[in-house]
Design a protein around this ligand. Structure first.
Ligand code: APR
Length: 245
C-alpha cells in the first residue's frame, strides 16, 4: 500500500517523532475502548467518574471503578502495537508518547518517555491529606477505599470529569506537540478536550500528521496527512518492517 510506504519514509527520517495514543491502541490487549459498540460507556454511566458524584457517592462509585478498570487493567499485557513503539524509542526513532490511556501498557512494553495526560491507575490519591498511595499498598477490598495514612477517601490518580489536567503533563505535552516534525495519532476519536487539541497544535506548527485507526476520527478529514486504516498492531508491525528494510 502506497500510504504505508509514504508513512514509513516520513517516520524513518523524522527528527522529532511523537506518538499520541488513545484507547484504540490497548483494544487488542483486551481493554475495552470508551466509545463505540461494547465500549465502557455502553456498560457504565459516565457519572461514576464525575468528581462531584464520586465525592458524594464513593461507596457506589468504587465497586464499579474496580470492575471497569482495576480488574481488567491489572491482567492486561502490551500488544504488538505497544511493543513496536517501545522498540522505536529504544532505537532512537521515537522521542515521546503522549497517552490519554491510564493503563500503564506503554511503560510495561518498555517505553520510558511517556506523558500520561489523564493520569494513571497505578496510584491512589487521598482527598483529605493529599498523600499518594500505590495501589499495591492499598487495601483494595475496602469500600470505599481509604487512605492508610489518615483514613480519608482515596481516589484513583487519574483525571475525573470536572478535574483539571495535571499541569506538568499538560505543559510537557504541549511542548512535545509543538516540537514534533512527525506526529503519529493512534486509536483515538479526538473528541475529548483538551487532549484532542494537541494534534492541531502539532499540525499548525508544521508537523506531518500520520493517523492509525480502524475507522475515521475527527482528525481524518481535518488534519491527517496520511490515514492508515486498520488495527494499530497490524499497521505498526507493517511500518516497523518497512522502516527496517
Ligand atoms: N486499532 C486502532 N484503533 C482502534 C482499534 C484498534 N485495534 N480499536 C478501536 N480503535 C479506535 C476507534 O475507532 C476509536 O477511534 O480507537 C478509538 C477509541 O476511541 P475512544 O473510546 O473514544 O477512546 P479515546 O479517544 O482514547 O478517548 C479519549 O475519553 O472518556 C475519555 O478519558 C477518557 O482518555 C479517554 C478519552
Amino acid at each position: 500500500m502506497k500510504d504505508l510506504q509514504l508513512a514509513a519514509a516520513q517516520i524513518g527520517k523524522a527528527r522529532h517523532l511523537v506518538a499520541f495514543t488513545g484507547a484504540g491502541i490497548s483494544a487488542e490487549s483486551g481493554i475495552p475502548t470508551f466509545r463505540g459498540k461494547g465500549g465502557i460507556w455502553d456498560q457504565y454511566d459516565p457519572i461514576i467518574l464525575d468528581i462531584d458524584y464520586f465525592k458524594q457517592h464513593a461507596d457506589k462509585a468504587w465497586p464499579l471503578i474496580k470492575d471497569m478498570f482495576y480488574n481488567v487493567i491489572d491482567k492486561a499485557q502490551p500488544n504488538p502495537a505497544h511493543r513496536v513503539l517501545a522498540h522505536w524509542e529504544q532505537s532512537g526513532l521515537l522521542r515521546t508518547i503522549i497517552t490519554q490511556n491510564i493503563d500503564n501498557l506503554h511503560q510495561k512494553a518498555g517505553n520510558k518517555h511517556v506523558i500520561e495526560f489523564h493520569g494513571n491507575t497505578r496510584d491512589l490519591v487521598c482527598l483529605n491529606c493529599h498523600k499518594t498511595t500505590p495501589v499495591s499498598q492499598a487495601d483494595m477490598s475496602q469500600n470505599p477505599v481509604t487512605c492508610p495514612h489518615c483514613g480519608g477517601l482515596l481516589k484513583p490518580d487519574f483525571v475525573f470529569f470536572g478535574e483539571p489536567i495535571p499541569a506538568a503533563a499538560y505543559q510537557k505535552s504541549l511542548k512535545q506537540s509543538l516540537d514534533a516534525d512527525v506526529y503519529l495519532i493512534i486509536g483515538t476519536t479526538g473528541i475529548i478536550m483538551p487532549a484532542s487539541l494537541l494534534p492541531y497544535e502539532a499540525q499548525k506548527n508544521g508537523a506531518t500528521i500520520i493517523e492509525i485507526n480502524v475507522s475515521p476520527s475527527n482528525y481524518t478529514d481535518s488534519i491527517s496527512d496520511i490515514f492508515l486504516q486498520g488495527k494499530a498492531s497490524d499497521i505498526l508491525k507493517q511500518l516497523d518492517h518497512l522502516i527496517l528494510s
